[in-house]
Write a protein that binds this ligand. Structure first.
Ligand code: IMP
Length: 228
């Protein structure tokens, strides 16, 4: 079965697809034939994620999900948070955002930070939210060439390398997005084995899906709302 991920960021599609595995095919907006840049005007990750998923649900009639991510830096009182993409202005340049963050932090020894991802799933008109958090620290200068966004300056707790120095598989051992995606997948499994008339393809019959391979049970969704 395919599900639309309401994003134009191919890095995110690849990360979520790698986290979810082969049980569900995740397609981005361009693959779904949708050419739209959905704004993120709200003050919370939750509201931005909701806006994106409901916009695409109404446009396509298909169940879909979206996500919004923020980098929260303790020494900057939780900045950049929801404004992470626009931190250095509307240009959305990864380099400029990194430059501005490092400048603001200066030589402050408190480098603690976390990525927080909120996923909004709209399934047959009903919304469910999931959250994933990755604690870590901010480097004093960028390291590595891989990944995207703030990856070159973020080292997750439990490792010594920046996300930009890791393979996708390695990043997904720690990633905020993977943690939220784990919950999404568990929840989708519970929805009658993905069976739904609003999926983009005929779904397998109830009970035909493999059971969870991981022994740990992800946390339940953070909230649920019917469409209003
Ligand atoms: P958004 O969810 O695309 O709005 O992301 C907000 C900002 O955080 C953007 O500048 C992204 O590039 C950055 N960002 C989101 N996820 C990640 C990540 O996994 N690693 C590094 N930067 C990220």
């Amino acid at each position: 079965m395919k599900i639309i991920f309401a994003t134009n960021n191919q890095h995110k599609v690849e990360e979520i697809q790698a986290a979810i595995g082969g049980q569900l095919e995740v397609i981005g907006l361009s693959q779904a034939g949708v050419d739209i840049d959905i704004p993120e005007p709200h003050d919370t990750l939750e509201a931005n994620a909701s806006e994106k998923s409901f916009t695409i649900y109404r446009l396509t009639g298909h169940s879909c999900f979206s996500e919004d991510t923020g980098l929260e830096v303790d020494a900057l009182d939780g900045e950049h948070g929801v404004k992470s993409a626009r931190y250095a202005g509307e240009g959305r340049s990864f380099e400029k955002n990194i430059e501005k963050l490092l400048e603001k932090l200066g030589d402050n020894p408190d480098r603690k930070a976390r990525f927080r991802t909120v996923i909004s799933l709209v399934w047959e008109g009903k919304e469910t939210l999931f959250e994933g958090v990755c604690p870590g620290r901010i480097l004093t200068r960028p390291e590595g060439e891989g990944g995207f966004g703030y990856d070159p300056i973020f080292v997750p707790d439990g490792d010594t390398r920046s996300f930009a120095r890791m393979t996708l598989e390695e990043k997904n051992r720690y990633s905020h997005r993977r943690k939220a995606a784990d919950q999404l997948l568990t929840y989708l499994r519970q929805l009658s084995g993905f069976a739904s008339s609003s999926a983009t393809q005929p779904a397998p019959s109830s009970g035909s899906l493999p059971s969870t391979s991981s022994g740990t049970q992800p946390a339940p969704p953070i909230s649920q709302h019917p469409e209003n």
